[in-house]
Design a protein around this ligand. Structure first.
Ligand code: 13P
Ligand code: SF4
Length: 302
């Protein structure tokens, strides 16, 4: 493994490639990356890096977003099958139907969506900025796609808006149940419950903190508490444990594991650096409009 890591370092310097990785990838991938973060941070950093090639260790929508924001750069991905099922749970026909029904509606799409859905939306959001962006929009009617759980969480915080929900979901986060958490809490009664807003309402209701992966990491770091029950994909445990060696972190079940994020291995990163052939390509007609939704997100989230 040391050889692989060494070769990755050599090749990325030689070929002027920057490696970005999401917190849900394996700890080893996070170690070899130049930048690690949540979806918002990664899309922002993708617009700031100087290298001409971005190797994105994440799922398809992340590489696509990096490409949409940087059409002139080459974006490559270690595994072409690493895809987020939720990204495909929104529908352009349904968007049209909602637009025809509500005169003053903003279509707000979670970054976990395809480029086509982004192109048909007014603005993108991530879990780190969704609340501020929805609040900042002048529209009363908000069509929030595709994640129903994040949508419901936001809707509850903006009672002044009419949030039209959809029924997309993340199978990893919805596998975390209230019963699992209560069991964990019995064993570790002192632990605080930190949850990602992709979790179900019954989980969010009993949580001490709700936020994006970066939010969870920041909260745990600043908190006086010494132990935490983590309700999101377990890849975040890598950063949590590294930053807080004296604190304890517990997961609540073996299904807190995103099989798509875990498709990315150091071997595949190395192979991609060698061949550079899994290039993100998008339909020409999507660029302008999908880019607008992402750029608007970056502006409104400032
Ligand atoms: P964040 O990184 O925005 O917290 O999103 C979690 C996620 O599910 C990414 O797929
Ligand atoms: Fe998609 Fe859920 Fe995996 Fe995130 S954790 S990439 S939302 S399946």
């Amino acid at each position: 493994m040391e050889d692989i890591m060494k070769r990755i370092k050599e090749l990325k310097n030689e070929k002027n490639v920057v490696i970005l990785a999401h917190y849900y990838t394996d700890g080893q991938i996070q170690t070899l990356a130049d930048y690690v973060g949540d979806s918002y941070y990664l899309s922002k950093i993708a617009t700031e890096v100087v290298q001409n090639t971005i190797l994105f260790c994440g799922v398809s929508f992340m590489g696509e977003s990096a490409k949409l924001l940087n059409p002139e750069k080459t974006v490559i991905m270690p595994d072409s099958f690493a895809d987020c099922p939720m990204a495909h749970m929104a529908d352009s026909d349904k968007i049209k139907e909602v637009r025809d029904t509500y005169e003053d509606v903003a279509v707000v799409c979670y970054i976990n969506s395809t480029a086509e859905i982004k192109a048909n939306s007014d603005v993108c959001v991530t879990s780190a900025n969704a609340l501020n962006i929805v609040k900042a929009l002048p529209n009363k009617n908000i069509y929030f796609i595709p994640d129903g759980n994040l949508g419901r969480y936001i809707a509850n915080l903006v009672p002044e808006k009419n949030v039209i929900l959809s029924d997309g979901f993340c199978h990893v986060h919805t596998s975390i149940t209230k019963e699992n958490i209560e069991k964990a809490k019995k064993v570790h009664p002192e632990a605080l419950i930190l949850a990602h807003p992709e979790c179900t309402w019954e989980v969010l209701e009993i949580s001490d903190y709700i936020g994006s992966t970066s939010g969870i990491i920041e909260f745990a770091g600043k908190s006086d508490a010494g132990s935490f029950i983590i309700c999101t994909e377990m890849g975040v445990l890598h950063e949590l444990k590294m930053k807080n060696p004296d604190k304890k972190f517990f997961s609540v079940g073996h299904r807190q594991f995103c099989p798509n994020m875990k498709r990315i291995t150091a071997q595949k990163v190395l192979e991609q650096l060698e061949t550079m052939d899994n290039v993100v390509e998008l339909k020409e007609e999507l660029y302008e409009k999908a880019n607008q939704s992402l750029t608007r997100m970056l502006e409104l989230a400032k």
